[in-house]
Design a binder for this molecule. Structure first.
Ligand code: ZN
Length: 67
């Protein structure tokens, strides 16, 4: 059973890779999640993980985010 396996919307195969690219005309990087086979992009992530940045910042400011 491979129900939970993610499939590419284009070629219906599974198997993805993450590549960091800088879009033309921008000064930031984006991580693209794409199909290993046909390179169809299925998702993007921020290069700078804002979640972990917030936690680092909160720690420096001695703020406990758990409350
Ligand atoms: Zn594909």
């Amino acid at each position: 059973m491979t129900i939970s396996t993610s499939k590419c919307p284009h070629c219906q195969k599974s198997g993805f890779e993450a590549v960091t690219e800088e879009p033309k005309g921008s000064n930031f990087k984006i991580i693209f999640i794409r199909c290993q086979l046909c390179k169809t992009v299925v998702g993007t992530l921020e290069y700078y993980n804002s979640g972990s940045l917030i936690h680092k910042l909160a720690k420096k400011l001695n703020i406990n985010l758990d409350y």
